[in-house]
Design a protein around this ligand. Structure first.
Ligand SMILES: [Zn+2]
Ligand SMILES: [Zn+2]
Length: 234
């Protein structure tokens, strides 16, 4: 995966249900207008049966890839359009071959690991935990899942690896140890980790303590745009 200096990385579309309701072509036109050389679409991936919210429907996946492929042809020479998806790593779906299937799709460029929730036992997810358990243990479950995801070999980059600590107000030695494991794993698998610009606008989502340790890793920058105005050449 080769992100150009003037590429815009990590862009969502209206299909996820929590982004601006504009066409994909509007993002392409805006990216060109602000001087980008490439754009990386990574909308939230669906899962068969649509068991989770905040993402496109499984039935929209073909259309998503097709629409972006057509734009890729139409804007060739003006903007490099890359087609990807941002998704959590869930072991049950790995066992069922889902990530392998996604990676094998035609006209599909990359999978971005974004661990917003974790599957802790088959069919059991952190979103059903109560608040106390989430506050105490969510980062451990998300961190371990992130490491499993990196090790699975399906992912081309890790989105906001430090966001797993969002519920922790103060930094601890245990968080240090988790951060070190994640960074070492990304280095070992040779995949980049993302400094997420949108994280900087939310309390405790961007963690300097994490990035202070990340010197040996490949670091990329993502805008995590959910609106046209969030597109930026960094
Ligand atoms: Zn989103
Ligand atoms: Zn995102």
């Amino acid at each position: 995966m080769n992100i150009g200096e003037k590429d815009i990385f990590h862009v969502h579309t209206y299909r996820c249900g929590h982004a601006e309701n504009v066409s994909d072509e509007e993002y392409v036109k805006r990216a060109i207008a602000i001087g980008a050389t490439g754009i990386w679409f990574t909308d939230h991936a669906p899962f068969p049966g649509d068991p989770f919210g905040n993402r496109m429907k499984y039935s929209e996946l073909d259309e998503y890839i097709e629409t972006l492929s057509e734009l890729k042809k139409k804007y060739q020479g003006k903007l490099d359009i890359h087609i990807g998806l941002e998704t959590e790593y869930f072991p049950s779906f790995d066992d069922a071959g889902y990530y392998k299937e996604l990676k094998a799709r035609e006209n599909f460029d990359m999978l971005l690991l974004g661990e917003h929730m974790a599957e802790t036992e088959p069919g059991e997810y952190t979103f059903s935990w109560d608040k106390d358990k989430l506050n105490a243990e969510e980062y451990i479950a998300l961190g371990n899942a992130q490491i499993q995801g990196i090790n699975s070999g399906y992912f081309d980059a890790v989105a906001h690896p430090d966001r797993i600590f969002r519920r922790q107000k103060t930094w601890s030695e245990d968080m240090d140890a988790m951060a070190e494991q994640i960074i070492a794993c990304a280095c070992k698998m040779n995949i980049p980790i993302e400094i997420n610009e949108a994280s900087k606008n939310q309390n405790n989502h961007f963690r300097k303590e994490f990035w202070d340790k990340a010197g040996a890793a490949q670091i990329i920058h993502g805008v995590d745009a959910h609106t046209l105005d969030e597109l930026r050449v960094l």
